[in-house]
Design a protein around this ligand. Structure first.
Ligand code: FNR
Length: 184
């Protein structure tokens, strides 16, 4: 890859020991050169309230919108909470989508990784997130899909087990190609 791209990484778990954060860090280490990943924090964003636009915009919203405006693409890594996305993820989507006409999302290629300690790998969250990304006009990579079940069993110190590495590296290679296709 000759071009280089800035990619925001949004993690849907706020806890210190997050498997999703550990997994995406391991996946970033497997990504092709030319993809510059930066974690953009979403846990400090006040709940979206249109009344705060204008005079009372929270500083965290301004920080988040500014960071997101600068990136070429977005990589989501999130757990599933009660068969959907954690509220922090939805709130970040909402905050970034406004004020009307100033969305930070439109046209940015995206990919979604969901991981869970259970067997279903966050399938419900993955697809609920896709529903919002359709409306936000984000071309979202369809294949390969990454529903990472029993995530605790594939993580090692700073990496992933041999049997999963090829798939996860392939996911990142396809995402790099996806970003290049949409960003040129
Ligand atoms: C969960 N968990 C969970 N797992 C799952 O596969 N489907 C689900 O619907 C839910 N629901 C759910 C709700 C809430 C409120 C919590 C706190 C947890 C379990 C979850 O996948 C597990 O805790 C993961 O380890 C969370 O990801 P992180 O924090 O390790 O990245």
């Amino acid at each position: 890859m000759t071009m280089s791209y800035e990619v925001a990484v949004l993690v849907g778990s706020l806890r210190d020991g997050s498997y999703n954060r550990a997994l995406i860090e391991a996946m970033i280490a497997l990504a092709p050169e030319g993809m510059n990943f930066r974690f953009v924090e979403i846990g400090d964003l006040p709940f979206y309230n249109p009344d705060l636009e204008g005079e009372g915009v929270p500083a965290a919203w301004t920080r988040f919108r500014g960071e997101m405006a600068d990136v070429d693409a977005v990589l989501f890594a999130t757990p599933e909470y009660n068969r959907s996305v954690p509220a922090v993820v939805k709130n970040a989507l909402d905050v970034g989508s406004r004020p009307y006409g100033e969305s930070v999302w439109g046209g940015k290629p995206a990919a979604i990784v969901t991981a869970s300690m259970g067997a279903t790998g966050g399938f419900g969250a993955n697809h609920h997130l896709r529903q919002s990304l359709v409306f936000l006009d984000m071309p979202t990579m369809q294949q390969p899909e990454a529903y990472v079940g029993k995530v605790q069993d594939i993580l090692t110190d700073g990496g992933v087990v041999e049997g999963s590495r090829e798939f996860l590296a392939g996911f990142m290679a396809r995402f790099a190609a996806w970003v290049q296709t949409h960003k040129g």
